[in-house]
Design a protein around this ligand. Structure first.
Ligand code: SF4
Length: 504
């Protein structure tokens, strides 16, 4: 088989097909965000939840004296892993196979879905239990299984709420962050009796009661399941060990009870050694849930006769990752360990929530990763995502592996502008203004003229609170002054002032 960078999955860098899975919505970010901004309940739910997680994260990170050194170690490890990715994936495949597991390679979402469906069908099962997994959401596995007559039951509490609510996740770590307690109680009341779980008539919205109800519902599902499907947070190449970290123990049930275990993992999740894993197991819980360590860290290496799943499969998923790896600036996005710290500090995410991004990866990392995986294809949806940021840099400050998200966003914006210019599309008002600015700024004479012309703006300035500001400009500049004021242009330029001072 031909390879790209030696990775046996592909013959050339591949993009994910936006038509399969959940990497691309149907609306541009501004359109979807405008609707989300009008939902005050959603904004209040998300604002409250992100504020709480932010506070917890800041407290536990503050306890670690060498946090910055840990972040740097995480960044360096990820960069060196990406540089050796083909070799490490080969080693992982060898070790998993030697331990009794089977490795499958999937170029894209359709291929991964077909592999998993075939494996489930081979067991004769018509249902599976699932551990929370971003990779399987990315490829739309539940829908693919459903089309093949196989029911997929989410077992993570938040994922269960999303599934029962016929909803979409809106946060990487807390997929039901947009729901409050009473909404969750209503979902349980509406859906669970139809699935065979009796609910007490006086069910309240107390978290403990809701959790106990979900537990009763899930327990029956765990005990009858023959097949489990998981993602993986990490895979240790030196021993072929896979790892899932979680908070509820539902993952542990899925990973140990069923006879067959199928894991779908993005190829970037490999780490070389157990010593490297140690760094990420410190960085991840503090950055994600604000805990000192994960309540449940499950690890398994192939098949152990008589103990746990007796058939173990690993599906290594590309789905656009090799194309991202080929991009010198953008490849850093593959370092992401899906902690969601960048979402919790993002002023844009906090106001719009995750659905506005149209992808399973919302927030700052989603604004980067979703268009990278599917390609800056010139459509309004992908092209709008790199602009879903104020570039304030808060995401970079909290990222445990120091991904420079603002720089990648700027790079993607540049790619968008270049693609638009190359395709001869009509320039946007912003692009036309930038072009005009470039023309005037590349000649001292033209720049002087432009500065003088800007004085015309003084005619538009109005005073308020002792300050004169320009509060509205004619189209197309009205878009700018619709949400901001401009300072009144000075009466004289710096050069004029310099010349005057020099004369006096
Ligand atoms: S980009 Fe960084 S902060 Fe955001 S989810 Fe990934 S690892 Fe966490």
């Amino acid at each position: 088989m031909t390879t790209f960078l030696g990775i046996p999955s592909v013959g050339a860098p591949v993009r994910s097909s936006p038509g399969v899975g959940h990497l691309q919505g149907s609306e541009s970010f501004p359109t979807a965000a405008r609707r989300a901004l009008g939902d005050s309940q959603l904004r209040s739910n998300i604002g409250r939840a992100t504020t709480t997680i932010r506070g917890k994260r800041a407290r536990v990170v503050g306890e670690v004296p060498d946090w910055e050194e840990l972040r740097e170690a995480g960044r360096t490890l990820k960069a060196s892993t990406m540089a050796r990715l083909p070799e490490l994936l080969g080693q992982l495949e060898e070790q998993v196979t030697a331990a009794g597991g089977t490795v499958h390679w999937a170029r894209d979402a359709a291929e991964a879905n077909a592999i998993v469906t075939r494996l489930v069908q081979a067991t004769g099962a018509d249902e599976v239990v699932k551990v929370k997994s971003m990779a399987t959401q990315e490829i739309g596995l539940n829908e693919a299984l459903e089309a093949a007559g196989i029911s997929a039951w989410e077992t993570d509490l938040a994922e269960l709420i999303v599934q029962l609510g016929h909803d979409l996740p809106s946060h990487i770590l807390v997929p039901a962050i947009h729901r409050n307690r009473s909404e969750i109680r209503e979902i349980f009341r509406r859906e669970m009796p139809g699935l065979g779980t009796e609910l007490p008539p006086d069910l309240t919205d107390e978290p403990r009661e809701l959790a106990m109800t979900a537990r009763r519902h899930l327990r029956r599902t765990f005990l009858r399941a023959q097949v489990a499907i998981s993602g993986a947070n990490f895979a240790v190449a030196e021993t072929g060990t896979l790892s899932v970290v979680e908070s509820e123990g539902n993952g542990r049930m899925c990973l140990t009870l069923p006879r067959t275990l199928i894991t779908v993992m993005g190829i970037e999740k490999v780490v070389p050694t157990w010593q490297d894993l140690e760094v990420f197991l410190q960085l991840l819980p503090r950055s994600s849930t604000g805990e000192r360590m994960n309540p449940y860290t499950s690890m398994w290496t192939g098949v152990t006769p008589g103990d746990g799943p007796q058939e173990v499969h690993l599906v290594l998923l590309d789905n656009g990752r090799t194309a991202v790896l080929a991009d010198e600036v953008g490849r850093e996005a593959l370092h992401c360990i899906r902690c969601s710290a960048c979402l919790n500090v993002c002023p844009v995410y906090e106001r719009t929530g995750g659905h506005a991004y149209g992808s399973v990866y919302p927030g700052p990392i989603g604004a980067v990763l979703s268009p990278q995986l599917t390609g800056m294809t010139g459509d309004a949806v992908n092209d709008s995502l790199p602009y879903a940021s104020s570039l304030c840099g808060a995401c970079y400050d909290v990222c445990p592996v120091k991904i420079d998200i603002p720089s990648i966003l700027v790079e993607l914006r540049a790619q968008h502008v270049e693609a638009a210019a190359a395709s001869g599309r009509l320039p946007t008002p912003e692009a036309a203004l930038m072009k005009a600015a470039a023309v005037s700024m590349t000649s001292p004479f033209r720049w002087r003229l432009a500065q003088r012309a800007s004085r015309l703006g003084r005619l538009l300035a109005r005073g308020r609170d002792g300050q004169r500001r320009i509060r509205s400009l004619p189209p197309p500049l009205s878009g700018w002054t619709g949400t901001r004021d401009l300072p009144e242009p000075p009466a004289e330029t710096f050069r004029e002032s310099w010349a005057r001072e020099g004369r006096s």
